[in-house]
Design a protein around this ligand. Structure first.
Ligand code: ANZ
Ligand code: ZN
Length: 834
């Protein structure tokens, strides 16, 4: 028979599905209250598709095709997250036009996606860099601005003097600009923020309602970082003071989650930029040198120091500190404790100052050991283990009771926390507070391949929203990327060609920043509902029916920011009456990574496998099948362990068995009668339907394939035993139907060759003839005094007496006397007690 040559038929089918828009869902289906919204993270157009894309899309497409065969209307859109820095870098480094670079890459990715048979809705494609899209991103900004959720304030950025530009954290390498090597400084710049922190509690509290992997929820929870503690007021203790609180002493508030450890606060730390430190140390040469050094550390390093030590990863990491020229007074012990400025305390968390408790906080412990400061234990483990501040090798952060703390000694630390907080509140020097690690979302980018922020700055009116009917604020198409700084800001006319809509002033200028690309991707799933509309960002009624999306598939690298931003935007739009849902994504599937020989693939390591290598040799079905057979979707796939050749071999067998059957039918060979082989094949077919259906629902696609391989072997077995009639055809057609979501090409081709004029993908999901699965015999476990002694087969409907008799016969040689008691569980077990 003809050989399995996927390259001979796959491309034509792929082109047809793409060009004929086979899997588009018409806009009228927006009215379907029962539709399924299957969303997958849209790709970034940097070069061609990589293996990670092929994996996520293979998983996603299998899910979608399976749902369609169950009769669901599936909305399965695709688009491109098309703004961003790489296009600008291509422009700077190679003189490319960022738009052309982007659209060329999109065209390449789109062709590959189509070639691999992913059944996306090609009518609803969007690109976030299209003016028809970013017009609405700007509209979204104005919605948030109008709601008071967008505001401008100064914030520190990484600044390169050489390039005259702000750098993203990733562009700062060893404290220097990755482009020109100039030392990067921290510099305050006025920037736009979205007030995501207004929604911190809701973003946290709604997590349990989501069907997301636990690890993703944990990442979000930690990122939001809600903690309950107290703000406690300390006073400065001037070196010459007599130990009493003088009026001249200044107040400094700290935030602590452990007010119960106040008696163990043996020193005090300010963030380097803290105003009191500036005021007292401003002229000090050591302080200036210290500040200089600290400002060179990029935010990311400092953030890492902050977070890592919080989870004890940072133990031993050097912390930069400076002893200040004054002390602080511990309000519980009355002692003067030394004050420091150190880079491990951040200015924008809590109050920017801390009471340091080295015995119980690892960050403080590291610093205390480094500086030779006292470590005083105030929480003792309840098991009696003695802790000694002088010799302990790490902070003790566990449970226990309070010690060395006057009247609080002996109380559980939680009780001490409550009482100390209440007592200090009585004294007027504390306040119970809740704190979040979550920061407001800084969305300003001094870049030019992004959506311009639709705001004008007018000398008399201040910040003025660009009127909606003037959107989009378009990017000029003659940006000069050879200049230093932001091309948009440097453009000779762009920012001036505008008048203030409020007062008409010609002196108004456009904001020259663009939005973080995470803004583009925070709402694209709403735009898919009607991506061509030029009257609205999304249809509100359809959003009511289709949100939250039933399923979101994507990489765990987006577990925090993208998902959090999208959740925030949906909640903010809900509060403006534009979305009915509370959440954007009800269920989330985070697929594993494709690695090679235990390591991540990368161009620089030279171990990159690209999809083309696989599908140009073996075809798309083999690539898809190999991906899914390798592991359950959540697990990593090591490409060194998989075998496209093996997948090809199996599909070749399916191909050959099908063509042989077709040939036999054409030759008029009928069934020789209901032989045992035919009965076995019918049963194997029913088993495959039941087993594969369960596995599809559980998304264990690797075991689906294993079961279909079993069915293939059953067909082979039956044909060897001269079965070649309707049972064989039925088995093969069932196999094709069950395999269709995973390998859409071979199944479609063979379906056609079996003489069908419709598509295998339009078939309803097969139902098993369950009467074939009823077992006529069952195995009974025979125990003597509860110990397994034998197994016997009896008829499935055998009564107690028959079962007991069979069991006793099986152990007759061991049990000669009449047993004292006989327990019979029909269909399962007989236990003889002797
Ligand atoms: C004393 C103490 C004792 C603390 C102890 C912890 C354990 P979370 O839980 O993440 O909210 N802290 C407060 N503000 C800080 C800042 N701006 N930079 C760095 N660290 C800061 O963290 C709260 C704890 O982190 C606070 O509680 C404070 O240290 C520190 F056994 O106070 B704690
Ligand atoms: Zn004005």
């Amino acid at each position: 028979v003809e050989r399995y040559e996927p390259l001979a038929f796959e491309p034509a089918l792929a082109a047809r599905w793409h060009d004929e828009r086979t899997y588009s869902l018409p806009l009228e289906a927006n009215a379907d209250a029962d539709g399924f919204y299957a969303l997958t993270m849209f790709p970034y157009p940097s070069g061609d598709l990589h293996m990670g894309h092929a994996e996520i899309f293979s998983i996603h497409d299998t899910l979608v095709r399976h749902l369609r065969m169950q009769g669901r209307n599936v909305l399965n859109p695709i688009g491109w997250d098309a703004f961003g820095l790489p296009a600008e870098n291509a422009a700077r480094n190679r003189g490319a036009d960022p738009a052309k670079w982007t659209y060329d890459n999109i065209a390449e990715q789109r062709a590959t996606i189509a070639r691999l048979g992913y059944s996306f809705d090609w009518d609803r494609v969007l690109h976030t860099c299209d003016p028809e899209y970013y017009r609405w991103t700007q509209w979204l900004f104005l919605q948030l601005f109008d709601a008071g959720l967008a505001h401008r304030r100064a914030a520190a950025v990484n600044w390169c003097e050489g390039c005259q530009t702000v750098l993203a954290n990733e562009q700062v390498v060893d404290g220097a600009c990755e482009r020109c090597g100039t030392v990067v400084v921290r510099k305050p710049l006025t920037q736009w923020f979205f007030r995501i922190t207004d929604y911190a509690d809701e973003l946290l509290d709604a997590l349990p309602s989501l069907d997301w992997p636990e690890r993703v929820k944990t990442l979000q929870r930690n990122w939001i970082g809600r903690s309950e503690g107290a703000e406690v007021t300390f006073r400065t203790a001037e070196p010459d003071a007599d130990g009493h609180e003088a009026d001249a002493d200044e107040r400094v508030v700290v935030y602590t989650t452990r007010p119960d450890t106040l008696y163990g606060a043996t020193y005090f730390v300010f963030a380097p930029e803290h105003p009191l430190v500036e005021a007292r140390m401003g002229d000090d040469a050591d302080y200036r040198a210290f500040m200089d050094e600290v400002s060179r550390k990029s935010e990311i390093e400092r953030q890492a120091g902050f977070e890592a030590t919080a989870s004890e990863k940072g133990a031993g990491r050097a912390k930069r500190g400076l002893r200040l020229n004054f002390d602080m007074r511990n309000p519980a012990t009355g002692e003067a404790i030394p004050a420091y400025a150190a880079d491990y305390v951040l200015m924008d968390y809590g109050t920017g100052a801390i009471m340091a408790v080295p015995a119980h906080d690892q960050r403080d412990f590291d610093f205390a050991r480094q500086e030779g400061l006292e470590v005083r234990v105030v929480v003792a483990p309840d098991d009696g283990t003695a802790l000694d501040g002088a010799t302990m090798t790490g902070a003790y952060a566990g449970d226990g009771h309070t010690v060395n703390s006057a009247d609080y000694d002996g109380l559980d630390w939680r009780e001490t926390k409550r009482r100390i907080t209440a007592d200090l509140e009585q004294r007027g020097i504390a306040k119970a507070t809740v704190n979040y690690r979550l920061r407001d979302w800084l969305i300003s980018r001094q870049r030019s391949w992004g959506a311009p922020i639709p705001i004008l700055h007018c000398p008399s009116c201040g910040e003025v929203a660009v009127p909606e009917d003037q959107l989009p604020v378009r990017l000029p198409d003659d940006l000069d990327f050879s200049v230093a700084g932001s091309p948009l800001a440097m453009h000779p006319t762009w920012k001036h060609e505008v008048a203030c809509p409020q007062c008409g002033s010609d002196d108004a200028v456009r904001d020259t920043d663009t939005m973080d690309t995470f803004v583009d991707s925070s709402w694209y799933f709403l735009r898919y509902l009607d991506p061509r509309s030029d009257t609205q960002a999304w249809p509100v009624d359809a959003a009511g029916r289709w949100l939250p999306a039933d399923q979101y598939t994507g990489g765990v690298e987006h577990a925090v920011l993208h998902l959090l931003y999208a959740r925030f935007v949906v909640k903010a739009m809900r509060d403006r009456g534009l979305v009915a849902a509370d959440e954007p994504f009800q269920a989330l599937l985070s697929q594993g990574q494709v690695i090679l020989g235990g390591a991540a693939m990368s161009k620089s390591k030279g171990n990159l496998v690209v999809p083309g290598e696989v599908y140009e040799t073996y075809g798309a079905d083999v690539l898809r099948g190999t991906m899914l057979f390798a592991s359950p979707p959540e697990d990593d796939i090591d490409w060194a362990d998989v075998s496209p050749g093996g997948m090809h071999k199996w599909l070749s067998r399916v191909w050959r068995l099908s063509l042989e059957q077709i040939a036999r039918e054409e030759a008029g060979l009928g069934e020789p009668g209901e032989s045992d082989a035919v009965a076995a094949l019918r049963k194997a077919t029913a088993e495959a339907i039941v087993g594969a259906s369960e596995d599809y629902t559980a998304r264990k696609y690797n075991t689906v394939i294993a079961k279909l391989m079993t069915l293939t072997n059953a067909v082979l077995d039956a044909t060897r035993k001269e079965a070649h009639g309707p049972a064989v055809r039925d088995a093969l057609e069932t196999l094709l139907t069950l395999l269709a979501p995973i390998c859409p090409f071979i199944t479609e081709e063979l379906w056609r060759r079996f003489g069908h004029s419709d598509s295998v993908h339009e078939q309803r999901w097969p139902q098993a003839d369950t009467s074939l699965l009823v077992e006529d015999e069952v195995t009974i476990v025979v125990q003597v005094n509860g110990k397994l002694r034998a197994r016997v087969r009896v008829a499935a409907d055998a009564d107690r007496e028959t079962t007991e008799a069979a069991a006793r016969a099986a152990v007759a040689d061991q049990v000669t006397d009449e047993p004292r008691k006989v327990v019979v569980v029909p269909g399962r077990l007989v236990n003889l007690v002797v």
